[in-house]
Design a protein around this ligand. Structure first.
Ligand SMILES: *[C@@H]1O[C@H](CO)[C@@H](O)[C@H](O)[C@H]1NC(C)=O
Ligand SMILES: *[C@@H]1O[C@H](CO)[C@@H](O)[C@H](O)[C@H]1NC(C)=O
Ligand SMILES: *[C@@H]1O[C@H](CO)[C@@H](O)[C@H](O)[C@H]1NC(C)=O
Ligand SMILES: *[C@@H]1O[C@H](CO)[C@@H](O)[C@H](O)[C@H]1NC(C)=O
Ligand SMILES: *[C@@H]1O[C@H](CO)[C@@H](O)[C@H](O)[C@H]1NC(C)=O
Ligand SMILES: *[C@@H]1O[C@H](CO)[C@@H](O)[C@H](O)[C@H]1NC(C)=O
Ligand SMILES: *[C@@H]1O[C@H](CO)[C@@H](O)[C@H](O)[C@H]1NC(C)=O
Ligand SMILES: *[C@@H]1O[C@H](CO)[C@@H](O)[C@H](O)[C@H]1NC(C)=O
Ligand SMILES: *[C@@H]1O[C@H](CO)[C@@H](O)[C@H](O)[C@H]1NC(C)=O
Ligand SMILES: CC(=O)N[C@H]1CO[C@H](CO)[C@@H](O)[C@@H]1O
Length: 884
């Protein structure tokens, strides 16, 4: 024992000799020259003694600006008086407009010397930096806040850790990284330095640290056992937004007001997507489309990965396997069947004689190294260069490439876009001195499969897709739509490569497997060191603009891998290259919830059935049912894995058909709730505690979730299981399928006999849910969202414990950014009457066929195992009152 103690002391002594300086030796700052005006406070800060220069040089003078921007939002900015230190450009993240508010829900107080500050909501201290003296150096910032014991902290992404973050010894590194297998405890593709601190009945608040430099955010406890969160950043300024809440939903709205409301998506974008890496040619792509239709599994959108490219070069087509003429025929076929097509675009452009390179080279829009030559790395096509999104000519270049390559006449008329590898990913390890040598060894494409003729007849497809001499009847198996209408759809002198403060980047050095961090961008001259984490988001907004340039006025679906705070205003996100494993299936729920409810990127989902590795029939069936409740629902598979399209196994096909049918019947409910989030930031997909913030049993639940306010989803989450232990708060619920009431008592309930084709869905009492009617007779479930939109509605009225229910239905043309007409129909059920009101503009041309009131029986309000169905012929064109 004593011996151990001695050893520890010895180790400690050696440690403190080597690292003579620690944060505690830093002097901190003192506040001088205080200038307080209505709604804002300006203070000069001066270093309180000799600089400690812990990891770089202390800035002797700083400025503090405190703004009460809205009654619920406080902005605290600590920056250098010269404003030379890097700040996230307004062009990338426009700052919210500043308004002064008298009614302040949140207060700021500070200590003069050493300087520290507190943020309070009433008596509740939300943020308290008195634990550490502020450190503000050229390449290191340190700020620590105390938080209560046993905190419930969520957010700080992107990661694949638990939804509620670990409380001790946790480091969340933010440095965007191509992370195959999405390993836990590691930095992944995106950076979202925002957290939600939920304190149960005391309330909830959010803290957004607007900083794009590499950082480690630590959650831990001090030697005396006090909990803290600590920011350790490699640069930038301290730019904090405090969001008062006091509910989780309010925090969501307040965060959206800062980073931007999410982009609205087209109705069709919520249909089923299918993709894989490794489709050998356009015939196989067509065959997959055909096989889905044969299996009567509604495929809305087909995707093609980098396979379509000529030698993996972005903006080229493989002339033999994906020839232009056949690609156009495929697109025409899909369009004629109300289906859609999406291709992948990577930012890295092949450094070779190809149009995208030649054009970019002429325009000089690629990143350059210190010598002024194009900076080279290696990605899929071998040696590559990268567009510099800060170059004023890059948007024009990108628009033009999109316009030409995705042109309906001479190119491939895509409906949506998939962007990848934009962390940016580089196969060449640091130091990448010779991209050529690496490109040769790199994991470059396997030898392409031999070119072949159409392998088998695909009835309904053009002659080019049929083997010679086969029956090329063009009778379609999918019903054609009525009209033949076309498609609808810093400071100088820094060490930018090896800063002394090293973040825990899982890739090692900052520049490893990405763009060198000493690259200087065009225009204002930002260093990659500072803007690395926004490269993917800049590509996202540039790509959204390029999509709009070719299809003005239509909502572009852009799905990206790399994101930064605010990306949701432009794009959606898939959760990256996961594996076909149960743990991935489970963690996808927590990841999706963080993106949708905290980061305000609600168009999100993981690769259904798993990307890398081989899936199983059971896992794929379960995932088909879970994916039906992801906002973004796509089956995607890796090269070399066994095929996993939903039609490959009878059970999986049945699971897909059943859950897609449920998803589609609920699509207008989803569309309405999603639209609501794009208007107000009110999260649509939510962890249980967002809906029951006072119920401590919900705080750590990451296997169930709310799909809108009215539906509780409780997936089976273990291999070999046909039951799930699910938590039901103190409330009334109704089984979505049987309508049977279930009274929750703040306890777990085991739901049994959940077949592989099923997923438990419960309606939370208090809601009116609009559903598209089930297909009748030979019609069956809708095979496309276009067909779905022609179906009538039925209403489900699920009274809450107080006997009332409310709901809403948003309708528009499903694709315009600014629709000509819209409807927002409101439903209110009370005392036996359903009141229909709201705004009626869009003519949906469909009826409400029936209204079902759940949980009815004589004399009792809501717990009864009965329902009443009332047929109607209601047109949603004006207010109505219906006795139920
Ligand atoms: C803290 O985490 C690190 C990295 O995961 C681990 O090596 C270390 O053992 C942990 N320390 C404690 C005290 O748990
Ligand atoms: C399509 O279905 C046929 C018949 O079941 C099968 O032989 C073929 O392998 C499938 N092809 C693809 C690409 O799914
Ligand atoms: C690039 O510039 C050269 C010389 O001005 C010109 O010949 C060539 O056509 C240009 N290429 C592209 C793709 O613009
Ligand atoms: C070709 O297909 C059509 C429609 O499926 C069928 O009616 C016709 O008999 C077939 N002809 C031959 C030669 O197989
Ligand atoms: C770069 O990453 C590779 C693994 O991908 C690792 O082996 C290497 O040590 C890293 N290099 C640096 C400089 O961090
Ligand atoms: C997946 O299955 C294929 C075919 O059976 C096999 O070649 C491959 O090694 C498997 N992959 C993994 C990761 O098990
Ligand atoms: C419900 O079950 C989960 C998983 O078994 C468990 O962690 C949790 O504590 C249970 N909740 C309650 C309220 O019993
Ligand atoms: C919407 O309005 C625009 C301009 O007034 C018109 O061109 C377009 O056809 C309208 N779209 C629909 C669906 O009515
Ligand atoms: C409820 O409806 C009944 C009969 O329609 C009516 O007599 C009663 O006043 C209503 N109660 C309320 C609270 O509106
Ligand atoms: C969350 C999760 O399951 N992550 C796994 C991802 O894949 C890697 C292997 O590449 C595993 O180590 C992780 O556990």
């Amino acid at each position: 024992m004593q011996w151990t103690l001695f050893l520890m002391t010895l180790v400690g002594a050696v440690f403190s000799t080597v690292y003579a300086k620690g944060p505690e030796q830093c002097p901190g700052y003192e506040a001088i020259n205080v200038n307080e005006q209505d709604g804002s406070l300006e203070v000069d800060l001066r270093l309180l003694g000799d600089s400690c220069d812990l990891f770089s040089s202390d800035l002797p003078n700083l400025k503090l600006l405190v703004e009460h921007q809205t009654e619920n939002r406080l902005h605290v900015l600590i920056f250098d008086p010269d404003e030379a230190v890097y700040q996230v450009p307004e062009s990338v993240l426009p700052r919210p407009s500043t308004m002064e508010h008298r009614d302040r829900k949140i207060q700021f107080t500070y200590e003069r010397s050493p300087f520290s500050f507190k943020v309070k909501r009433g008596e509740e201290v939300l943020f308290d930096t008195s634990g550490n003296k502020l450190i503000f150096e050229t390449q290191y910032l340190n700020l620590r806040t105390w938080i209560p014991e046993n905190p419930n902290i969520y957010g700080l992404g992107e990661h694949s850790d638990s939804l509620r973050l670990p409380r001790v010894n946790y480091t969340r590194t933010l440095w965007n990284r191509d992370a195959y297998g999405i390993p836990p405890k590691s930095n992944l593709y995106g950076s979202h330095p925002v957290y939600v601190d939920h304190r149960g009945s005391v309330g909830t608040h959010g803290v957004f640290f607007l900083n794009s430099n590499g950082m480690d955010i630590k959650i831990d406890e001090s030697d005396d056992g006090r909990q803290y969160i600590e920011y350790n950043t490699q640069g930038g300024v301290i730019d904090l937004y405090f969001l008062a809440g006091p509910t989780p939903k309010e925090v969501g709205k307040q965060y959206a007001e800062v980073v931007g409301f999410p982009a609205m998506q087209s109705y069709w974008a919520f249909g089923l997507h299918n993709c894989r890496y490794g489709y050998r040619d356009v015939f196989e792509v067509a065959e997959v489309v055909y096989n889905y239709s044969q299996a009567r599994i509604p495929l809305e959108t087909m995707w093609t990965d980098i396979d379509y490219m000529d030698a993996r070069k972005t903006f080229t087509l493989d002339p033999k396997r994906f020839p232009p003429s056949r690609m156009r025929e495929l697109v025409k076929y899909l369009q004629a069947h109300d289906q859609h097509y999406i291709l992948m675009v990577d930012p890295a452009i092949s450094y070779s004689d190809n149009h995208a390179y030649n054009q970019g080279s002429n325009d000089s829009i690629f990143l350059t190294d210190v010598s002024g030559a194009f900076y080279k790395g290696a990605v899929w096509p071998g040696v590559t260069v990268w567009p510099d999104w800060f170059n004023s000519k890059t948007q024009g270049y990108w628009n033009e490439l999109f316009y030409q390559f995705f042109n309906p006449e001479g190119g491939v008329d895509i409906d949506g876009l998939w962007i990848d590898m934009n962390e940016a990913s580089n196969f060449c390890p640091d130091p990448c001195e010779d991209a050529y040598s690496y490109a040769e060894e790199a994991d470059l494409p396997p030898a392409p499969p031999p070119v072949r003729s159409p392998p088998r007849p695909l009835p309904g497809f053009p002659a080019d897709f049929q083997p010679q001499g086969s029956n090329t009847s063009t009778r379609s198996l999918i019903r054609r739509r009525d009209s033949g209408k076309g498609c609808k759809t810093g400071i100088a002198g820094r060490d930018l490569l090896n800063p002394q403060y090293q973040i825990a980047n899982a890739a090692g050095s900052l520049s490893n497997k990405t763009i060198r961090t000493d690259i200087v961008h065009a225009g204002k001259g930002y260093a990659e060191y500072d803007v690395h984490n926004i490269y993917g988001t800049m590509m996202s907004s540039a790509s959204r603009k390029a999509m709009l340039h070719r299809r003005p006025g239509l909502r572009p679906l852009v799905i990206t891998r790399s994101t930064f705070a605010g990306a949701g205003a432009h794009v959606g996100h898939w959760l990256g290259d996961n594996l076909s494993e149960w743990e991935m299936y489970r963690i996808s729920i927590a990841q999706m919830l963080a993106f949708a409810s905290i980061f305000q990127i609600p168009m999100v989902g993981s690769d259904v059935c798993g990307y890398g590795g081989n899936t199983t029939e059971e896992l794929c069936a379960r995932w088909a049912t879970l994916g039906a409740f992801y906002p973004f629902y796509r089956n995607h598979n890796a090269l070399g894995s066994i095929p996993q399209e939903f039609y490959r196994w009878p059970t999986v096909a049945a699971a897909a058909r059943k859950s897609i049918d449920t998803r589609y019947r609920l699509l207008d409910y989803l569309y309405t709730a999603f639209w609501r989030q794009t208007q107000t930031g009110e999260p649509f997909l939510q962890p249980l505690f967002y809906v029951y913030p006072h119920d401590a049993n919900t705080f750590d639940n990451q296997l169930q979730f709310f799909y809108g306010d009215a539906l509780l989803i409780s997936p089976v989450h273990d291999k070999g299981q046909t039951s799930v232990t699910a938590y039901f708060p103190d409330d009334i619920f109704y089984d979505f399928y049987t309508h049977k009431p279930l009274r929750g008592h703040s306890a777990n309930i085991t739901l049994a006999d959940i077949h592989l084709t099923d997923i438990p869905v419960h309606i939370r009492g208090g809601y009116v849910i609009p559903l598209r009617i089930e297909g009748k007779g030979s019609t069956g479930p809708a095979q496309t969202t276009a067909e779905l939109r022609r179906r009538n509605f039925e209403l489900l009225v699920a009274p809450g414990l107080d006997g009332s229910a409310t709901g809403e239905l948003y309708l528009d043309d499903g694709e315009s950014i600014v629709p000509n007409t819209t409807s927002l129909v409101t439903f209110q059920y009370k005392n036996g009457t359903l009141h229909i009101g709201g705004k009626f503009g869009y003519k949906a041309g469909v009826l409400v066929e029936s209204i079902t009131l759940l949980g009815q029986s004589q004399g009792r309000r809501s717990n009864a195992d009965r329902q009443s169905v009332k047929p109607t012929q209601l047109e949603l064109t004006g207010p109505a009152e219906i006795e139920l």
